[in-house]
Write a protein that binds this ligand. Structure first.
Ligand code: C2E
Ligand code: MG
Ligand code: MG
Length: 754
């Protein structure tokens, strides 16, 4: 169950990446705008500067016009004529107007009397009347008014430079100062310079008048003038066009009285041009490169983030999952259990939270017999099988080794039972591992969490206890937890712990019970029976501690301890056979034959005198491995007895398949009370034994009648309290010396123990 990547982290990074790109793009755009703005501003400033210079040049020309007019207006001769009130036309035309028109390109020259009436007019070889001034007259009037009254005209001051120059002259001459006005005005559709100056004496002060005559010039502002300005200012294509004509680069040419008199245009300087032609493309390239790298870096960042996230998620996964099965581990399971318990405490749901503790039966055997690789493969195959039992909210975890746990919400009532059955049946089909068809079963302990249960450990412990119970009851089953089970299991666990420490010590000892020949009455064998002398609890019988050792994984060390002990003491059984019980777990150990050979050699025991007793239930699980071990044992010379015959699921087929030397009829068949009813069975067993040439032993002979009966039935050997109870090794020699008597007169039983 890999952890899903949280979308918001990815989205956040995407948003940040998007924001950074956007910011970069916005900054780039802003800089782009700044560059464009700077370029345009530079162009505009240059243009404004040029415009101002054109304007200044026009002012200069206006002042120049006054300068040109000045010698004929500030003139004693002219003042004299005016003083006398009569200015001859001829003199005016020849001495004044012609000079100005021909010398300075003035277009029209007028002489105005003190009442501002046109006395004379002259222009380009022809006389002019006040009619020619008609269009200009409204604009001229404020100029005349200023000259006459000194009240400033509303026009911009074009004649300032001329004025300041005249001030200097005034200091030098004694003449009464003249007055003047010069402006650019609109004459019909065209712009003209109108320059008006009082006729003023320069030396003869007496000729001065309060209301003098005026000299008025009209100079056209034509293309010639603009060409000259253009040349002077180094402006290409400066020209004035009529207003009507639309010219994109042109600006209105406004006269001093605020009227538009055409459009002024020139090829403006563009100092901002390099901004557009060089800096802008360069910047655009830089911006593109920066954006590209930013995207690259951001993508790298994202990739690195993804990688880190994946690594982190993987680490988190590893921390919460088991590496082999990929299932959640114990820690994850406990966290989830705690979370669900908390939720259960808050809810009123009738459903129950249930924990199933699953343990594979005899998993160790799979490891021991086929190898650890097969054990691992089995674990990985069990996961998917159990997963099919889960609902969307349930959890399957591997708690370790062959232990799994299921956390499931079940309906109250049969829910637990159904879960238990489902788990057991999940193991009914064999597992195919490394070419082997392996049949395994599982034991399951199920506990249910009650609303009061707060600790997950408690619920899991209950499930574990019921699992233990399931194992104890014979495996391949499920057990539901019940109160009181815990104490029982704890006691068992304690015993298991004690047994662990007892192995290898003198607490585990052996007693020997003789078997006699029914024919001779002589001792034919001794059976070694393990005993546990518990330091505080006293004698614990093997029927109690052998299963504990088997379930607790202690059977192999315990079995080996017993084997060594028995072989060490074997010298005492001079001439008789020695029977040793083997647990099925020992019999699945490949090294068992070698171990027995080694013990036989070491203690000089003849394998032919050793009978290995195998319980009948063992045969149920027998496979090729067991058969091979049996064969090897036989080849070494050991003999085999089938113990407790009749108690398991006896199949007579086993008797043929595994060549036994003896069959030991279980003592439950031997009792004088039930003997009559069981007689046909016993007869049958003896008959089969004979047919297979196998000795038949009757166990549990407790009375002379029973002995007589088995004798009559034809059993070859007998064993039981009537003959002798199991005895310590120390009692064996004496028993052997005294008990070799014919069976016809068996002696009363000698009890080895009280
Ligand atoms: P078993 O192999 O069938 O051993 C015979 C059991 O019957 C012994 O019990 C013996 O004391 C008891 N017995 C013998 N005669 C009579 C009789 O007349 N009446 C009654 N009521 N019982 C009689 P024990 O010693 O308690 O052993 C019980 C079982 O524990 C054995 O059954 C055997 O299966 C197992 N066992 C004992 N020692 C070992 C051992 O070293 N290894 C293994 N794997 N199992 C052992
Ligand atoms: Mg036995
Ligand atoms: Mg037996």
């Amino acid at each position: 169950m890999p952890l899903s990547r949280p979308v918001d982290s990815e989205a956040k990074l995407r948003a940040t990446s998007f924001r950074v790109t956007l910011m970069l793009a916005a900054t780039g755009l802003a800089l782009l705008i700044v560059i464009i703005y700077a370029g345009l501003s530079m162009n505009r400033s240059a243009w404004q500067y040029e415009h101002a210079r054109v304007d200044a040049e026009l002012t200069e020309i206006v002042n120049q016009t006054l300068m040109e007019q000045k010698p004929w207006a500030f003139w004693d001769e002219a003042a004299l004529f005016a003083h006398h009130g009569r200015i001859p036309r001829k003199w005016f035309e020849e001495q004044v107007a012609a000079s100005l028109v021909e010398g300075y390109r003035h277009e029209q020259i007028y002489l105005l009397d003190p009442k501002d009436r046109v006395i004379h007019g002259y222009g380009r070889g022809r006389r002019l009347t006040d009619q020619q001034l008609k269009a200009l007259w409204p604009s001229i009037r404020p100029m005349l008014h200023e000259i006459r009254t000194g009240i400033r005209r509303p026009y911009i001051r074009r004649d300032a430079a001329f004025g300041s120059a005249q001030k200097r002259y005034e200091k030098l001459s004694s003449a009464r100062s003249g007055r003047w006005a010069a402006n650019i005005l609109k004459d019909g559709g065209r712009p003209v310079i109108v320059s008006i100056m009082t006729i003023t004496p320069t030396t003869e002060a007496r000729l001065a008048s309060d209301r003098p005559h005026l000299l008025l010039s009209v100079v056209p502002l034509d293309q010639q003038i603009f060409d000259a300005i253009g040349r002077h200012l180094d402006l290409e294509g400066l020209k004035l066009t009529p207003t009507r004509r639309s010219n994109p680069g042109a600006i209105p040419f406004v006269t001093d009285d605020g009227r538009t008199a055409g459009m002024l245009a020139w090829t403006a300087a563009t100092p901002g041009e390099p901004m557009f032609t060089r800096i802008l493309p360069l910047f655009a390239i830089l911006l593109a490169v920066a954006l590209f790298y930013a995207r690259l870096v951001l993508r790298r960042l994202r990739d690195t983030h993804s990688l880190l996230y994946e690594q982190e998620a993987h680490s988190r996964f590893l921390a919460l999952h088991d590496g082999l099965s990929q299932l959640p581990n114990r820690r994850h399971f406990m966290t989830e259990l705690r979370r669900k318990l908390e939720r259960l405490a808050e809810s009123e749901s009738p459903h129950r939270l249930c924990v199933a503790y699953v343990d594979v039966d005899r998993f160790k055997d799979v490891n021991d017999v086929i190898g650890h690789g097969a054990g691992d493969a089995l674990v990985t195959q069990i996961g998917p099988r159990l997963k099919t039992l889960l609902g969307p909210d349930d959890l399957l975890a591997r708690l370790g080794g062959d232990e799994f746990a299921i956390l499931k919400i079940v309906a109250d009532g049969d829910g637990q039972r159904l879960l238990g059955e489902a788990i057991i049946s999940a193991f009914t089909h064999p597992f195919l591992i490394e070419g082997h068809c392996i049949e395994v079963t599982a034991s399951v302990g199920i506990a249910v969490a009650h609303p009061g249960d707060a600790e997950p450990e408690g619920v899991l412990r209950d499930a574990d206890i019921s699992l233990y119970k399931a194992k104890e009851e014979g495996r391949n089953r499920y057990v539901l937890f019940k109160r009181g089970m815990a104490d029982e299991i704890h006691a068992r666990r304690r015993t298991e712990g004690d047994l662990r420490t007892a192995i290898g010590t003198e607490q585990i000892c052996i007693e020997y019970q003789p078997l006699i020949s029914t024919r001779t009455g002589r001792v034919s064998a001794f059976e070694a029976l393990a005993r546990w002398q518990h330091p505080s609890r006293g004698m614990i019988p093997p029927l109690e501690f052998i299963p504990i050792a088997e379930q607790g994984g202690l059977m192999l060390p315990l079995g080996d301890h017993i084997l060594e002990k028995v072989f060490r003491e074997a010298a005492a059984f001079d001439g008789v056979e020695l029977a040793i019980n083997l647990s099925p777990i020992q019999l699945r150990q490949r090294r068992l034959p070698d171990r027995l050979d080694q013990l036989a050699r070491r203690f000089s025991v003849d394998p032919g005198k050793v009978i290995l007793e195998i319980t009948e239930s063992m045969l149920l699980q027998a496979d090729e491995v067991t058969s091979e071990i049996f064969d090897r044992l036989r080849r070494s010379g050991f003999r085999l007895a089938l113990d407790d015959f009749g108690t398991g699921y006896s199949s007579l087929g086993y008797l043929g398949r595994f060549a036994f030397d003896k069959i030991k009829i279980d003592r439950s068949f031997i009792s004088s009370s039930s003997m009559e009813t069981l007689r046909p069975i016993l007869e049958g067993i003896v008959h089969i034994g004979r047919g297979l040439r196998v000795d038949v032993v009757a166990e549990g002979i407790e009375s002379a009648e029973e002995l007589a009966m088995v004798q009559a039935l034809g059993c070859n050997e007998a064993q039981g309290y009537y003959i002798s109870r199991p005895m310590p090794i120390t009692s064996v020699p004496a028993f052997l010396a005294s008990e070799r008597t014919p069976i016809e007169r068996p002696k009363p039983p000698r009890l080895a123990r009280g």
